[in-house]
Ligand binder design. Structure first.
Ligand SMILES: O=c1ccn([C@@H]2O[C@H](COP(=O)(O)OP(=O)(O)O[C@H]3O[C@H](CO)[C@@H](O)[C@H](O)[C@H]3O)[C@@H](O)[C@H]2O)c(=O)[nH]1
Length: 440
């Protein structure tokens, strides 16, 4: 959303970013390029972890969030930043009620892929029944899906009920939204976007990756300007600088996924077995799951860090492959920077993203689990080799380079996402002038 805000600002729109008080405190390195205000989720000390459970958190966030968002909007009304529009995270659909109560334009911002949200939409409407009973699921605009290609909240019936409700309820009252914005781009999800756009004001505005990694039109947009953990930049980039081009496997599972101890060990030995250089991000909370002395034993070939500047890593020419959980941001970043992937989805939307990486965009391979749900060391080793070597590797690299070019084209001047953002801005402003429009 912050990246989208920067694109809007570049087109002359004033932006206020609203974060919960708790999230605001955790925003490391926030570079302050847009103004930030706070609302409350009712748990200013601790956020979600301070609540008894997800259900309680979401209910309180809805109540206190509605009140504090309304207060904020009313306060801003008499300032130079009075609002015309709320762009809200679709995970908190009650923001749309606030926008409509106060007479503002409401734009839902979806942070996952259009394909994944199309699946949730069909669950919301009742067209896809749970528990899944068919061996192949047909959804308009999507390739035929096996149950295991579906998001985990649906495939593993009964898992994380409050989160499942949250993703499905993104579509609550959606007919009242003036816009449905997606962090994707038209050529990437053409069929599903075209299907959705027949019935609703859907616009793809991504990839929401800093401009200097894509079209380079916004010179001060070199990084997200926000970090959930502190990146260890110097040691990481120095290590990569010493490696030859396309020789390093980069491994990361994002900010949330927790691998089981056994899976962590298989991954470790798989990397060792590949005999390639590897840079592995193991968050501090996951470190104890590494095999004993693994880091020391493999220090000739591997570097293990708790967090890195991922965009710079993916943009580095020594990185030849990304072993990823297929979080939507990581997937878009790998696409934008043309890095082939080995997909190891863990939960939520990641299995559907992995399906697309391998079978639709053909820029990676999915490392399949065995009958015990474990991706073995041999599988990991073989997949990384397939992606980095031989004919398959060349084909994947060619496709990755193609997607990189198409991602850049989408956000560049006159590209599909750029045109959609222009349209969004011009419709916000009566008479087509954008300079006085304010968005939160
Ligand atoms: O060392 C690291 C590792 C990651 N990142 C960044 O962290 C973000 C990770 O995002 P993502 O790939 O989307 O993974 P999660 O943090 O796990 O995201 C959650 O939210 C996403 C959006 O809803 C979902 O697609 C995922 O499945 C869900 O796990 C990316 O921008 C990375 O560049 C770093 O900067 N440094």
């Amino acid at each position: 959303m912050l990246q989208f805000a920067k694109r809007l600002r570049h087109k002359g729109v004033k932006i206020t970013l609203a974060a919960t008080k708790h999230i605001f405190k955790t925003m490391q390195d926030f570079s302050g390029s847009v103004s930030v205000e706070t609302i409350s989720d009712g748990y200013d000390e601790g956020g979600l972890s301070a609540a008894k459970n997800d259900d309680e958190y979401l209910a309180r966030f809805r109540k206190v969030g509605t009140e504090t968002l309304e207060e904020l909007i009313k306060r801003l009304k008499n300032s130079r930043c009075a609002l015309d529009c709320i762009v809200y995270d679709a995970f908190i659909p009650w923001s749309l009620d606030v926008a409509k109560t106060l007479g503002l334009v409401g734009a839902a911002f979806f942070t996952q892929s259009c394909a994944v949200d199309q699946i949730y939409y069909h669950v919301y409407k009742g067209d896809v029944k749970l528990p899944l009973s068919e061996s192949e699921i047909s959804i308009p605009g999507l390739p035929p899906l096996k149950p295991s290609d579906m998001p985990s909240f649906l495939y593993v019936h009964g898992s994380y009920p409050p989160l499942k409700d949250m993703v499905v309820n993104q579509f609550q009252s959606i007919e009242k939204a003036d816009w449905l914005l997606f962090n994707t781009f038209h050529k990437l999800e053409e069929e599903v976007i075209d299907w959705m756009a027949k019935f609703s004001p859907v616009k793809a505005i991504g990839p929401a990756v800093p401009s200097m990694y894509l079209d380079k039109r916004i010179e001060d947009d070199r990084e997200y300007g926000i970090n959930v953990y502190k990146p260890i930049t110097g040691a990481c980039m120095e290590w990569l600088d010493k490696r030859e081009s396309d020789s390093v496997i980069y491994v990361s599972f994002g900010s949330l996924a927790e691998l089981g101890k056994e899976q962590m060990e298989e991954l470790a030995w798989g990397l060792k077995l590949s005999n390639m250089y590897f840079l592995w991000i193991v968050r501090a909370s996951e470190e104890s799951k590494l095999p004993k002395d693994f880091a020391e034993e493999t220090c000739e070939k591997g570097l293990i860090l708790s967090w890195c500047p991922q965009l710079d890593v993916l943009a580095h020419n020594s990185v030849g492959c990304f072993v990823t959980h297929c979080g939507w941001n990581s997937t878009l970043e790998a696409l934008s920077l043309g890095v082939p992937m080995v997909a190891m989805p863990q939960w939520t939307d990641q299995s559907t993203n992995a399906k697309y990486v391998m079978d639709v965009w053909k820029m990676g391979i999915r490392a399949l689990p065995d009958e015990n749900g474990m991706v073995s060391r041999d599988t990991i080793c073989i997949c990384t080799k397939h992606v980095m070597e031989g004919e398959t590797g060349e084909e994947i690299k060619k496709n990755a380079t193609k997607w990189k070019e198409l991602a850049r084209e989408a956000v560049d001047k006159g590209g599909s996402s750029d045109t959609n953002i222009e349209e969004f801005v011009s419709k916000l402003v009566h008479g087509g002038e954008s300079s006085d429009t304010n968005v939160e």
